[in-house]
Design a binder for this molecule. Structure first.
Ligand SMILES: *Cc1c(COP(=O)(O)O)cnc(C)c1O
Length: 367
């Protein structure tokens, strides 16, 4: 049996007629930039994630960047973010001219550590980026409490957390601003790059909407210089065709996660289940000190796995200038050595899942 870490083809096959029709309609109309398809998706996505505004943008990286730009940060302003995330989060901080301040993560959720945040706050701190890693939201009670106490902005990087909840609130509901990615492998994926910013305030939505489109007031009237960071009409139409299925797909991910929890109990460390969190399992991350050997064993069995992420950001060559060293963030560093993402997606069959579980059991029996 061959089981990939993600199976985009299987997902397409499950909704092929709707997607093909959506693509055909765009091509027939040959109107590829902005327009009704983008508006429709923005309206529907905003409803789905319970935020007043969605602004479709080119990808999830610029979504973080545009969200940060609304804060009008000055050079030297500091933005706090977790060491265990994809580099896109920190690239956005640098792109707006602010300074990245990394902190460790919590051992339980592998999300940003509230104590870590408290330790690095300075007079220059302006914002915190809470990344909802793997589809589980960060502790938004703690993050918002710190932010309110120190008058900091909060932006939620929800690239991995479509339809996730923390105590019933979705990304952005507490902070007012969240970013999404629709990279093909994400829980809601386009057929190329795509992303969105969701926000509460009308004037911020308008600002973001103008920033992604040359600061336009009219076709050739520009209030300010900005960017071309628009969401493609074609991607918007594809996303809009997939969106009605997202809730079901999310439930399927959760059902598969509960089944893994059950079948792997006592065999390997499974992701902790927290009653406050609706975890949407972009990744199902197990932990074992024998990670590399297990990964190689599963590969031999035809099972593809991933590591999210093998090098914490503070130890990346890209951030050598921050002078971090091994030992600075022990939880993130330990996680990088023992985490393993195993296949989870709506189309994964019980038969495939049983095969994966059998292989994991076989590995540990041999030990
Ligand atoms: C995927 C991802 C991004 C970037 O999204 P792109 O659409 O690939 O630019 C940002 N942050 C996190 C946490 C991600 O997982």
């Amino acid at each position: 049996m061959k089981i990939p870490l993600v199976d985009l083809k299987a997902n397409y096959e499950s909704v092929k007629p709707e997607i093909d029709a959506a693509i055909k309609k765009i091509i027939d109309n040959s109107s590829f930039i902005m327009g009704q398809p983008v508006k429709d998706f923005e309206e529907h996505f905003a409803k789905a994630v319970r935020m007043p505004h969605t602004i479709g943008v080119a990808n999830g990286t610029v979504a973080v960047e545009l969200a940060l730009r609304t804060l009008k940060l000055a050079p030297g302003d500091e933005v706090i973010l977790p060491a265990n995330t994809f580099i896109a989060t920190s690239e956005a901080v640098t792109a707006v001219g602010a300074a990245c301040v990394f902190v460790d993560v919590e051992d339980d959720s592998l999300n940003i550590s509230p104590e870590g945040i408290r330790r690095v706050i300075t007079p220059k701190t302006k914002a915190i980026i809470a990344v909802h890693l793997y589809g589980r939201m960060a502790d938004m009670d703690a993050v918002m409490a710190i932010a309110e106490e120190h008058r900091l902005a909060v932006i939620e990087d929800a690239a991995q957390a479509h339809l996730a909840e923390f105590k019933g609130d979705m990304p952005g509901e507490r902070s007012g601003m969240a970013s999404y990615s629709f990279f093909p492998a994400k829980n809601l994926g386009a057929f190329g790059d795509a992303g969105a910013v969701v926000c509460r305030e009308d004037h911020l939505a308008k600002h973001i909407s103008m920033m992604r489109n040359h600061g336009r007031l009219g076709k050739y009237e520009h209030e300010f210089e900005a960017y071309n960071m628009r969401l493609d009409a074609l991607q918007a139409a594809i996303l809009d065709a997939k969106l009605p299925h997202l809730a079901t797909w999310t439930e399927q991910r959760i059902t598969l996660a509960r089944r893994y929890d059950r079948l792997l109990k006592g065999i390997v460390e499974t992701p902790p289940v927290h009653p406050d969190c609706k975890h949407v399992y972009y990744m199902y991350v197990i932990r074992t000190p024998q990670r590399d050997k297990l990964q190689a064993f599963l590969k031999e069995k035809g099972i593809e796995t991933g590591i999210h992420y093998p090098i914490p950001l503070h130890l990346q060559p890209a951030y050598a200038y921050l002078d971090h060293k091994e030992g600075d963030f022990p939880v993130a560093e330990q996680a990088a050595k023992d985490i393993l993402s195993i296949p989870i997606y709506p189309e994964l069959t019980e038969e495939q899942q049983d095969y994966i579980v059998r292989a994991i059991k076989e590995f540990f029996r041999k030990k």
